[in-house]
Design a protein around this ligand. Structure first.
Ligand SMILES: NC(=O)c1ccc[n+]([C@@H]2O[C@H](COP(=O)([O-])OP(=O)(O)OC[C@H]3O[C@@H](n4cnc5c(N)ncnc54)[C@H](O)[C@@H]3O)[C@@H](O)[C@H]2O)c1
Length: 365
């Protein structure tokens, strides 16, 4: 094990969680923060006892002692240029989804990471939700046989819909269903998506933000199996950033139904009535423990950098997810099923699962 120096660019909601997860972790020798909102920078830097804190992320890019960078900025237009700068400077990169706005940008980042032998992974946090990991393991171990069909229905509050819609015109397919597309392609691997039919509904968010309220898509895979993802962001305001998810995975030998609807903890107060705490997608700290997937995902990245291992999510996975949600956007716009082109080269294919245990070369500047 090698201790690593880590930088975090953007310490808002997710970046703040990632900074807390890194602070005091034995893998981390130093934590460096960059955030353009000065009060938030100070708050997180004080809390995490960061080694340095700056409003200019280029200070982190130019700091040769920093091994790896977590990029948690918004709007999402910042992901590709900041990731490109960090990879060019020889940093391992953890980038929040989406990997980029265009496939060509994703391709450039993937090629850059490979050419410099750097670890590059994308924040698909739901793979670190133990219930979701259980579904994957049940397929891998053959408990439910071969997957036949699956459904994920995910709804979040309109507070979040407004936050996302207010900063960028990306669809719920690109910003929300993306987690579930990634999860289901992971479960159905090595099957490939071949066709997508999607429908969007525009009754609430269209007038305020010009984005749909929800999307429902059917994705056909190359062996004839299929999955459905529904994702919406117009639930009434609830426990800040409440999320509710159902999963049905049906296989040849069994089925798994997952209730991740966060109705299991109910708080009732004179002041605020009934609330459903610990119910956000990334999770939150509860005293001495973390409830949710984001802390485990962050520590996984630290471990991978420290030991020189390929992270669970490869950028090629994120690229295929992008192909699916872009096809869903196109299908919804044109009202017809959209074909997903076969990979041009093996470089477009996710590396096999066994790669996750291969040692990667740690690049040092
Ligand atoms: N994995 C998950 O469960 C999950 C959940 C929510 C959001 N996300 C993703 O994480 C990303 C961050 O989302 P969020 O909700 O934390 O957003 P946020 O708006 O709360 O935080 C983003 C922060 O980046 C800062 N920032 C913007 N430009 C910067 C720059 N040039 N240098 C330094 N800081 C800069 C902003 O000031 C802000 O504080 C989004 O792209 C989103 O897609 C992932």
């Amino acid at each position: 094990m090698k201790q690593i120096s880590i930088g975090i660019i953007g310490t808002g909601w997710c970046g703040g969680i990632r900074a807390d997860s890194c602070a005091g972790n034995p893998y981390v020798s130093e934590l460096h923060l960059a955030e353009i909102k000065e009060p938030r920078l100070k708050e997180v830097a004080d809390r995490t006892r960061a080694a340095t804190a700056t409003s200019d992320y280029r200070v982190l890019v130019e700091n040769q002692t920093i091994d790896a960078v977590i990029i948690s900025t918004t709007p999402e237009t910042t992901h590709y240029p900041i990731a490109r700068e960090c990879l060019t400077a020889g940093k391992h990169v953890f980038l929040e989804k989406p990997i980029a706005l265009e496939l060509s940008e994703a391709d450039e980042l993937i090629a850059l990471a490979h050419s410099k032998k750097l670890l590059f992974t994308i924040g698909y946090s739901q793979r670190f939700n133990p219930k979701f990991a259980y579904v994957k393991r049940s397929i891998e171990e053959g408990t439910i046989g071969q997957p036949i069909s699956a459904l994920v229905s995910r709804h979040i509050t309109r507070n979040l819909g407004n936050k996302i819609g207010g900063r960028i015109k990306l669809s719920p397919a690109a910003m929300e269903a993306t987690h579930d597309i990634d999860f289901l392609l992971w479960c159905f691997a090595p099957r490939r998506p071949v066709r997508v039919y999607a429908h969007e509904v525009r009754k609430i968010m269209q007038s305020t933000h010009g984005v749909p309220d929800c999307v429902w898509m059917i994705v056909a895979l190359d062996d004839g199996s299929a999955f459905t993802v529904g994702a919406g962001w117009v639930l009434p305001p609830a426990y800040p950033n409440f999320s509710s998810t159902w999963v049905e995975m049906v296989g040849t030998e069994g089925a798994i139904m997952v209730d991740d609807s966060h109705r299991d903890v109910s708080l009732n107060t004179m002041k605020r009535g009934i609330e459903l705490p610990i119910s956000t997608m990334p999770g939150e700290k509860v005293g001495h423990v973390y409830a949710g997937p984001m802390e485990a995902e962050t520590i996984h990245f630290l471990e991978c950098v420290s030991w020189g291992r390929q992270p669970l999510v490869t950028p090629e996975h994120a690229r295929i997810v992008m192909q699916v949600y872009q096809a869903a956007d196109q299908s919804a716009a044109e009202g017809r099923p959209v074909e997903i082109p076969p990979p041009k080269s093996s470089a477009d294919l996710p590396r096999p699962e066994t790669d996750s245990i291969k040692k990667a070369t740690i690049h040092r500047t």
